[in-house]
Design a binder for this molecule. Structure first.
Ligand code: 3UK
Length: 546
C-alpha cells in the first residue's frame, strides 16, 4: 500500500487488518492502475469526456438518464455532500434505497467526493442498521424517503448518526431541493487507488455481520477481470437483474460492469420473477443477473413473456443446478453463466465463458485469479477429492476491525468456507458450504447435490437438504420441499421422492426424512439459510420418518 492517501478522515485506513493478515494480491500490477484513481471519474465522467455522454446510462420506469445527465446529478450531490453537509474525504456515508437511479447517483457522488459508501439492503431493520452505523462510525445517511420508518428508528437508537438527508422527497431540506441549489460541476477528489471507497457488510449466516473494505482500484479490477474477460459485454448492452445494489453481486452486475463499457442499466425497485420478466421485455434488456432460484421460478412463467432481447444470463449467490441450466437452455437457447463470488472478494472469481461451460460445474478461475482445493492441513488436495476452496487475485478480503480476518485469510489465500472438488480438467465443482456438509454413518454428503436431484422431479418447486441429529447414524439427511402449484404432499409422495433420489444418486444419500413446507428461509440476498432449518429441525417434531 502506498503512503499517499486523499483521506482526511483516516478511520477506514486505520482499521484495515494488520498487513501480515492481508491476502496476496496477485496479478494486480498487470492491471496497471495509477496511484491516483477515482472510480467515479473512470466509470461516469470518462464517457462524457470521450464524447459519448449522450449514451443511455440509467433506465427505470419513466426515467432515462444519459451518462451526461447522470454525471450532472452526481456532481450536484457531491457538492451538497461537501458544501452543505460538511463531508470530508474518508467519511462514511450510509445509503439506503431500493435499486433506483437516485441510489446510483448518490453512490457515485459519495465516491467522487472521496467518501466511503456503506450501502444497506432495503429490508434491514433498525437493529441491523444501528449495528452498521456504530461499527463503521457513520455520521451521515442518504435515504429514500419511502424507507423512512426503520431509518428514523435507527437515528434514534444510534445517536452517532447525526444527519439523515431524504431523497425522493419534496421536503425543503430534501436532497432534490439541495441539488437544485448546488453547482453541476465538481472536481473529483484525487483518491489513492488504494483508498477505501466501499464497506460492504456480509449478509446472512451466523454471527455479527462483517464489514468488507474495498478500494477504488478493486471496483475496476472486477470489471477488468470477470466482466471484460468472461462476460464480455458491449456498449450496446442493457443490463437488468434482481440483486440489491447493496449486495456486491448487484453492484458489479447492475452498475460497475455496464458503466465500465458505457452500456446501460435498467433498474427495478422490485425484482421478483414476474417483475424481472416484465422488465426484460420493457427495457429490451440483453444481460440478466439473478440467482439460480429466480431462473427456475422464471422458467415456470416463460409462457407469456418476451425475453427475445436477452443474450447473456449470469447466475451467482448459490450453485446453479445442472437441471436448471439444461431447462433454461432448452427453453431459451441461452447458456446461463454460473459464477462463484463473495462479498470478501467483491465479485466473481470462478466462472466460465458460454463456450467453456460444463453444466453443473462452477467453472475455472477467472483470468488474474488463482484457485485451489486444500485439505485439512492446507495442502493441495488431489483431483476429484473434496476440500476447502482457496483463492487469490487482484481483490481479496479485508475485514473492518474483525478477528475473523484470520479465519478467511490463511497463508495469503482467501478461504471462502466452501467445499469444492477440482476435476482433472481443472473445473471446480461446488459441493456445499463447509458448515453444511452432512456426515451420516461416516459418509460425507453434500446437501446441494441431493437438492439438485430432487429438483429434477417435476412437482418440486424448491427444496433444501440438511443433516439432522440421529442417535444411530450421527446425522440423517432431511429434505424440506416446497411443492409446485397445488400439488399436495403426502406419505406416497415422500416415498416417490425418496425413490427418485435413489435412482439419481448413490442410494445412501436419499433423504430419510422429507417435510413439505410452504416456503424456505432465505437471506435478503436470496440465499437459503440452512442453519435456520437445522434450528427448526432441532425444535420441531418430525413430520415423516424413514
Ligand atoms: C456462495 C456460491 C455456489 C458460496 C456474491 C457473486 O454470493 C455472493 O457473496 P456472499 O458474500 O456469499 C458468498 C458465498 O456464497 N456462492 C456464491 N456464488 C456461488 N456457491 N455456486 C455459486 N455460483 O458459499 C460463497 O462463499 O453473499 C456472488 C458476486 C458477488 C457476491 N458478493
Amino acid at each position: 500500500m502506498g503512503d499517499y492517501t486523499a483521506h482526511v478522515d483516516t478511520f477506514a485506513r486505520d482499521n484495515l487488518p494488520p498487513r501480515d493478515q492481508w491476502p496476496d494480491f496477485v496479478n494486480l500490477e498487470k492491471l496497471g492502475y495509477p496511484d491516483v484513481l477515482n472510480v467515479a471519474s473512470e466509470l461516469v465522467d470518462r464517457h462524457v469526456e470521450e464524447g459519448v455522454g449522450h449514451r443511455k446510462a440509467v433506465l427505470a420506469p419513466g426515467i432515462e438518464w444519459s451518462y451526461e445527465a447522470l454525471a450532472e446529478k452526481v456532481n450536484r450531490i457531491a457538492n451538497v455532500l461537501v458544501k452543505d453537509l460538511g463531508l470530508v474525504a474518508g467519511n462514511r456515508v450510509l445509503l439506503r434505497s431500493a435499486n433506483t437511479p437516485m441510489m446510483v447517483a448518490a453512490y457515485f457522488a459519495v465516491l467522487k467526493a472521496g467518501g466511503v459508501v456503506v450501502a444497506t439492503m432495503p429490508l434491514l431493520r433498525a437493529r441491523e442498521l444501528g449495528f452498521i452505523v456504530n461499527k463503521a462510525e457513520i455520521d451521515l445517511a442518504l435515504c429514500d424517503s419511502r424507507l423512512a420508518g426503520e431509518m428514523e428508528k435507527t437515528a434514534k437508537a444510534a445517536p452517532r448518526l447525526k444527519r439523515v438527508v431524504w431523497f425522493e422527497s419534496e421536503a425543503e431540506d430534501g436532497l432534490e431541493a439541495l441539488m437544485d441549489k448546488a453547482s453541476d460541476r465538481f472536481d473529483a477528489c484525487p483518491t489513492a487507488s488504494d483508498d477505501v471507497c466501499l464497506i460492504a457488510f456480509t449478509s446472512g449466516t451466523t454471527g455479527e455481520p462483517k464489514g468488507t473494505m474495498h478500494f477504488h482500484r478493486d471496483m475496476l479490477a472486477i470489471c477488468d477481470c470477470y466482466s471484460n474477460q468472461i462476460l464480455r459485454p458491449k456498449a450496446s448492452d442493457v443490463f437488468i437483474g434482481s440483486p440489491p445494489l447493496a449486495f456486491t453481486f448487484g453492484l458489479g452486475g447492475l452498475v460497475l460492469f455496464p458503466f465500465r463499457v458505457g452500456a446501460g442499466t435498467a433498474l427495478l425497485e422490485k425484482a421478483g420473477p414476474d417483475e424481472l420478466l416484465a422488465g426484460i421485455k420493457r427495457f429490451k434488456a440483453t444481460v440478466c443477473f439473478t440467482a439460480p432460484t429466480a431462473y427456475r421460478a422464471m422458467l415456470a412463467k416463460l409462457g407469456d413473456a418476451d425475453i427475445s432481447s436477452l443474450r447473456k444470463c449470469v447466475s451467482a449467490g448459490e450453485a446453479l443446478p445442472a437441471a436448471t441450466w439444461a431447462d433454461w437452455h432448452d427453453r431459451t437457447g441461452l447458456s446461463i453463466m454460473d459464477g462463484i463470488g463473495a462479498t470478501e472478494m467483491l465479485h466473481i472469481f470462478i466462472a466460465a465463458r458460454e463456450e467453456d461451460i460444463h453444466p453443473g460445474a462452477t467453472g475455472t478461475p477467472v483470468p488474474y485469479y488463482e484457485a485451489k482445493v486444500i485439505d485439512e492441513y492446507g495442502n493441495e488436495a488431489p483431483h476429484g477429492q473434496p476440500g476447502r476452496l482457496a483463492v487469490r487475485g487482484p481483490t481479496g478480503c479485508r475485514y473492518l476491525a474483525d478477528p475473523r480476518q484470520a479465519d478467511y485469510v490463511q497463508d495469503g489465500w482467501n478461504v471462502t468456507g466452501d467445499t469444492y472438488v477440482c476435476d482433472r480438467s481443472g473445473y471446480f465443482w461446488f459441493k456445499a458450504r463447509s458448515d453444511d456438509m452432512i456426515v451420516s454413518s461416516g459418509y460425507n454428503i453434500a446437501g446441494p447435490e441431493i437438492e439438485a436431484a430432487l429438483l429434477t422431479y417435476p412437482s418440486v418447486a424448491e427444496c433444501a437438504v440438511i443433516g439432522v441429529p440421529d442417535a444411530e447414524r450421527g446425522q440423517v439427511v432431511k429434505a424440506y420441499v416446497v411443492l409446485a402449484g397445488d400439488v399436495r404432499g403426502d406419505a406416497g409422495l415422500v416415498h416417490t421422492l425418496q425413490e427418485h433420489v435413489k435412482a439419481e444418486l448413490a442410494p445412501y444419500k436419499y433423504p430419510r426424512q422429507v417435510e413439505f413446507v410452504d416456503k424456505l428461509p432465505k437471506t435478503e440476498t436470496g440465499k437459503l439459510q440452512r442453519f435456520r432449518l437445522r434450528e427448526m429441525a432441532a425444535s420441531a417434531s418430525v413430520a415423516q420418518a424413514s
